[in-house]
Design a protein around this ligand. Structure first.
Ligand code: RFL
Ligand code: PHB
Length: 389
């Protein structure tokens, strides 16, 4: 099998790249080890930055997002029974959209297939070869048989546990990592959201986040210790803990049947460089952020927007300047998002090894954000997505 761009992974990065390339007349094949149903059900991110929503719209894949997504003009930071609203348009002129990653994935799969795109499900990449040449190859297995995809470039959009990162030569790669001493327990519930906007809660009992998926479905998260088993969190305990952490006069938590429970460890991780020879990394394959800043999906989309432009330049007139600059350009935004995600995480979570001194610093910081427009704007600029980094 032969194509111009071999893409590993049908997450948001791989699918959006394949769609953007198609619009520029560049052929690609997407290899995905899971089945379509699995890819379309996986519960993940919910916040889409202003610029990423614009890019989806401009690519012709934003119709359902604009119909079903919610424009959010702010978030609430809550602690000690008080809330501070960060007003995005007032501070930055931008907003965000609440539209589930899983819906973006559904939209992009449907669009690729309608456009005659090749998205091969249950096709697992097993090796990436000859990346030092201009004829790299991806070995993959499908239906028990081994096949080979030959291409001009390979883009690994295969997430944190894929084979892309491990295929870069060990002597050229550096990785940077921070693992946090807590995880998130996330739930999906058939309950109306407990407010119009997202609420990020700092409490001595630990962090909580109230988000949503629709007028009838809520998404909530609780900070829990690493190694937590969802079996230890029956529904009643989850609701009681969400209430205990988030109580604020005049606010009520809407309860309903819990339909999904999952644990997410919290990690910061960066791979440098994001390219070697004819292999590029994009999205979670190259970097991970803790979800507190809502940046993971957005970074993945920014990576492939850059790559699609660079590959377009190459396809049009053989100019590889964009491809040569990809890693350095992408990493500037990656490190900005790493810092913001770390900052939001350490501002809002309770460090199990922290002292009362650390907690007082967090409260002082939260009060500063509430009192200072400059401090609020810092948060709002980063949260809604910096147009240029
Ligand atoms: P994905 O989505 O992990 O997709 C990778 C795909 O590659 C496939 N794959 C392979 N296919 C073929 N051969 C192989 N050898 C393969 N190995 C792997 C996998 O099956 C998969 O389909 O990576 P991508 O596209 O880079 O997208 C990244 C995002 O998924 C991720 O950053 C976000 O979900 C992170 N995230 C959030 N990001 C935001 O921007 N805003 C948020 O509000 C937000 N909230 C979150 C989040 C992530 C969370 N979890 C569960 C990690 C909330 C949570 C709870
Ligand atoms: C979500 O709705 O899943 C969500 C929202 C904000 C975050 C992380 C996750 O920071």
């Amino acid at each position: 099998m032969r194509t111009a761009i071999g893409i590993i992974g049908a997450g948001p990065a791989g699918l959006f790249l394949s769609h953007l390339l198609h619009r520029r007349g560049i052929a690609s094949v997407v290899l995905e080890r899971r089945d379509r149903d699995y890819c379309e059900r996986r519960q993940r991110a919910g916040v889409v930055e202003h610029g990423v929503a614009e890019a989806l719209r401009a690519s012709g894949a934003g119709a359902r997002m604009d119909r079903d997504g919610f424009v959010h003009d702010g978030i609430e930071l809550r602690h000690g029974g008080r809330g501070h609203r960060v007003d995005f348009p007032g501070l930055t002129g931008r907003n965000v959209l609440i539209y589930a990653q899983t819906e973006i994935v559904k939209d992009l799969i449907a669009r690729r297939l309608a456009d005659g795109g090749e998205v091969l499900f249950e096709a697992e990449a097993t090796a990436i070869e000859d990346i030092g040449t201009d004829r790299p190859r991806v070995r993959f297995t499908r239906g028990g048989a081994e096949e080979v995809l030959e291409c001009d470039y390979v883009v690994a959009c295969d997430g944190f546990h894929g084979i892309g990162r491990a295929s870069l030569p060990a002597d050229v790669v550096r990785t940077f990592e921070k693992v946090y001493p807590f995880s998130w327990l996330g739930i999906l519930a058939d309950a109306a959201p407990s407010g119009d906007e997202l609420v990020y809660v700092h409490s001595p009992r630990g962090f909580a986040l109230h988000s949503m998926r629709s007028e009838r479905v809520s998404r909530h998260y609780l900070q829990v210790p690493n190694g937590t088993d969802t079996a230890d969190w029956p529904d009643e305990r989850i609701w009681a803990e969400l209430e205990a952490r988030s109580a604020r006069p005049g606010w009520t938590l809407n309860r309903g049947p819990i339909t999904d429970k999952g644990i997410t460890p919290m990690r910061s991780f960066v791979t440098e460089p994001m390219r070697h020879g004819s292999l590029f990394l994009a999205g979670d394959a190259a970097h991970i952020v803790p979800p507190t800043g809502a940046k993971g999906l957005n970074l993945a989309m920014h990576d492939v927007m850059l790559l699609a432009d660079a590959l377009g330049q190459w396809a049009d007139d053989g100019d590889t300047a964009g491809l040569d600059a990809y890693s350095a350009t992408a990493l500037r935004r990656v490190w900005r998002a790493e810092h913001f995600s770390y900052w939001m995480t350490t501002l809002l979570h309770t460090d199990p090894e922290g002292t009362e001194f650390d907690r007082r610093l967090q409260v002082a910081h939260l009060e500063h954000i509430a009192a200072s427009e400059a401090a609020s704007r810092h948060l709002a600029e980063n949260y809604t997505g910096l147009p240029r980094v």
